[in-house]
Design a binder for this molecule. Structure first.
Ligand code: FES
Length: 185
């Protein structure tokens, strides 16, 4: 025969467990969208690249070669183009940024400044002539090659077209992070 004292104790305990389970279900339902939104906000690579227009065969004007030091020191440039969505055109918006280096007469190296690890912006460290990602410390040489192996690949190079008038045009592309190979977004 069961002890009436045990039964009296078990009822509120069962009720408490039921409430806890309900709270967990409701909490998960309410918080999941926020968690997904937070992940999207915190990880830039979860954001798909928005379409832009104004490129000539995919190339955007970035700078004139005369703006690049003969020493080969990288210079950071924003790329601007018109952003488009289903209803609107947003004129002359920054769509990304690159480092350009003059490697020789008429030869320019373009490196995307997005870290191939998890998408933070890579910074130039002129004092030690390297690039450094502030998020997790990925470190790269000035030609983009990895020094540390925190990121799965070196910095992403971009196609460059140096025109007769000295205009430096870059084919702006973004690639998935966390992969050893470049996979365009
Ligand atoms: S995002 Fe650059 S090191 Fe992690």
């Amino acid at each position: 025969m069961s002890d009436p004292l045990d039964a009296a104790e078990a009822t509120p305990r069962r009720g408490f467990l039921k409430s806890l389970a309900t709270l967990a279900i409701v909490g998960t339902a309410v918080l999941s969208p926020f968690a997904a939104g937070l992940a999207f906000f915190l990880d830039p690579l979860l954001k798909r690249r928005e379409p832009f227009r104004g490129a000539e065969n995919g190339f955007l004007y970035v700078a004139n070669v005369s703006q690049l030091p003969a020493s080969g020191e990288p210079v950071h440039f924003a790329l601007r183009a018109d952003r488009v969505d289903a209803w609107n055109i947003f004129r002359n918006r920054t769509i990304g940024s690159v480092y350009l280096r003059l490697m020789g007469p008429g030869i320019v190296l373009a490196l995307n400044d997005i870290c191939p690890h998890l998408g933070c912006k890579i910074e130039l460290k002129p004092a030690d002539k390297t690039f450094l990602c502030p998020c997790h410390g990925a470190h790269f040489k000035l030609d983009g090659e990895q020094i540390t192996h925190i990121a799965p690949r070196s910095m992403d190079t971009l196609l460059v077209d140096v025109r007769k008038d000295g205009g430096v045009w870059v084919k702006y592309q973004e690639f998935e992070g966390g992969k050893t190979q470049k996979v365009e977004l």
